[in-house]
Design a protein around this ligand. Structure first.
Ligand SMILES: [Zn+2]
Length: 409
C-alpha cells in the first residue's frame, strides 16, 4: 500500500478516518470527507503513540495494519487457530479473559496462536462444550456468562464453579449434593491390615453421608452404584449432568507407615488457578472433621485430579481416615463412627453454603453475582510444606514430598 500522509485526499483517507472515529478520535467535520487535515494528523499521531508505533503522523503499512487490528471487537468474527494467525484486539481481549479465568493463553499479544488455542479448548471442556477450539457465538456466550465481576480482568478467579454457584442455594435444604464413593469392584483401592478395602469403606461412608444429607433436607445422590467402578471422567460427567451443586468424592488415605492417621481434603488447584469455592468447601469440611471428631489434621491440598478438574460445581475429595491405620480401620467398621464422620462432613457443606455471599451485591457486571462470590473469596492456597498428618515421627525418607498423599488412581 502507499503511505497516506497529510494533504492527501480520497477514499483511502476516508477509510482511515472512519477507523479512527470508530476508535474514539474526534476529527474536524471539515476533514471528514476524505481530507487529511490537521485533526486527522493529530489523531494518527495519538493512535501511533497509544499503540507503540513510530509516531510520524502518516499511515504506512504498519500503522494501517494496526488500525485494522484495533478495529476488531470480540465477536466481530469467528476466531480459531489458523495460518496465518488471526491478529487483532478481539484476540487480545480473548487472551485477557482466558488468563483472568485461569486458562493460560500466554502473552496477551493479540495473536491467536497455539497457547490461545489450548486455553480455548481447556475452557470449552470446563464448561462442558465441544472442544473444537472455535470461538464463535456459543463460546462467547459462555465466556460472557462467566465474566469476572469487574473490569479488572486479572482477578485470577477460576470459572469452573461459577455456573453452579449461581444456581446454588444458601442452605442445605433442597441442595443437590453428588456423592462419589471412591473406587469400586475393579479397583478396590488401598486395603487395611484387617482386609477392609478403601472401596468398601468409601461406600459405607458415602451411604452414611447420603442418609445424613437426606435427614437434613438436602437432595443427595450417589453417582455410582454398588457394583460398578466408572472412570473418574464419567463420575464427573454424571455430577455435571445431574446439575449437582456440590460434589463430595469419598476416599481413604493409606501409607506404608501404619501410624499415619487423620483427615485430608483435596480441592481443584494448581500453580496458576485455584477453585476458590473448592478451597472454602474443603476447609469447612476439614475443620469439622478435625475439630468435631478430633481427627488428626492432614490439611487441605490443591490437586488437579480428574474428578476435581472436570466437575463444574465446587468439588472436594475427602479422605477422612487412613485405612492403613489399624485403629482407624477398626473405627471405619463401626456405624456410629461413620455417622459422626458423615455429620461432620454435612456440617462442613452446610457452613460452606451458608457462608457464601448472597451474590446480589451491586456493581456486578455480566448478570448474576456468583463471580463476586469467587473473586471475594480471597484466601490463598494454604502452604503445603511439611509432613502429612500423624507421621511427624516417621523415619527419614518415609514421607514423600506431597506429604503422605497416596495419589488417587
Ligand atoms: Zn482412593
Amino acid at each position: 500500500m502507499r503511505t497516506i500522509r497529510p494533504g492527501d485526499r480520497g477514499d483511502d483517507v476516508r477509510d482511515v478516518q472512519r477507523r479512527l472515529s470508530a476508535l474514539g478520535s474526534h476529527l474536524d467535520s471539515g476533514e471528514l470527507e476524505g481530507v487529511f487535515g490537521p485533526t486527522t494528523e493529530s489523531a494518527v499521531r495519538a493512535f501511533q503513540q497509544r499503540r507503540g508505533l513510530l509516531v510520524d503522523g502518516r499511515v504506512g503499512p504498519e500503522t494501517w495494519n494496526e488500525l485494522v487490528e484495533a478495529g476488531y471487537r470480540l465477536g466481530d468474527r469467528i476466531l480459531y487457530l489458523r495460518m496465518p494467525m488471526f491478529r487483532g484486539d478481539d484476540v487480545r481481549t480473548l487472551q485477557r479473559r482466558m488468563n483472568s479465568l485461569g486458562f493460560d493463553a500466554g502473552r496477551e499479544d493479540g495473536i491467536f496462536g497455539e497457547g490461545c488455542d489450548r486455553a480455548v479448548r481447556d475452557f470449552q471442556r470446563n464448561v462442558g462444550m465441544d472442544r473444537d477450539g472455535i470461538v464463535g457465538h456459543e463460546t462467547l456466550q459462555e465466556l460472557e456468562r462467566v465474566r469476572p465481576p469487574t473490569d479488572d480482568e486479572r482477578s485470577g478467579a477460576t470459572l469452573r464453579e461459577v455456573e453452579a454457584l449461581r444456581k446454588m442455594r444458601a442452605s442445605l435444604e433442597g441442595s443437590r449434593v453428588a456423592i462419589d464413593p471412591g473406587h469400586g469392584l475393579q479397583d478396590p483401592g488401598a486395603v487395611g491390615p484387617s482386609g477392609l478395602t478403601e472401596a468398601d469403606a468409601a461406600w459405607l461412608l458415602a451411604s452414611s453421608i447420603e442418609a445424613e444429607l437426606r435427614r437434613r433436607g438436602a437432595e443427595p445422590r450417589l453417582i455410582r452404584t454398588g457394583n460398578e467402578d466408572p472412570p473418574a471422567a464419567e463420575r464427573a460427567a454424571r455430577a455435571n449432568r445431574w446439575g449437582a451443586e456440590v460434589c463430595l468424592s469419598i476416599h481413604l488415605n493409606a501409607h506404608t507407615d501404619p501410624r499415619a492417621e487423620g483427615s485430608m481434603c483435596l480441592y481443584y488447584g494448581h500453580d496458576s488457578a485455584t477453585s476458590q469455592a473448592g478451597l472454602r468447601l474443603a476447609e469447612a469440611i476439614q475443620d469439622e472433621l478435625t475439630s468435631r471428631i478430633g481427627l488428626t489434621d492432614g490439611r487441605t491440598h490443591p490437586m488437579t485430579i480428574t474428578l476435581l478438574r472436570e466437575t463444574r460445581m465446587p468439588a472436594v475429595q475427602v479422605e477422612p481416615c487412613f485405612v492403613s491405620n489399624p485403629r482407624e480401620e477398626r473405627l471405619l467398621g463401626e456405624e456410629p463412627f461413620r455417622r459422626d464422620v458423615a455429620i461432620a462432613i454435612v456440617h462442613g457443606v452446610e457452613r460452606f453454603l451458608g457462608a457464601r455471599p448472597s451474590g446480589t451485591g451491586s456493581g456486578v457486571a455480566g448478570g448474576g453475582g456468583s463471580g463476586a462470590a469467587i473473586a471475594d473469596a480471597g484466601a490463598g492456597v494454604p502452604s503445603d510444606e511439611g509432613a502429612a498428618p500423624g507421621v511427624a515421627d516417621a523415619g527419614p525418607g518415609e514421607t514423600p514430598p506431597e506429604g503422605q498423599t497416596r495419589l488417587p488412581a
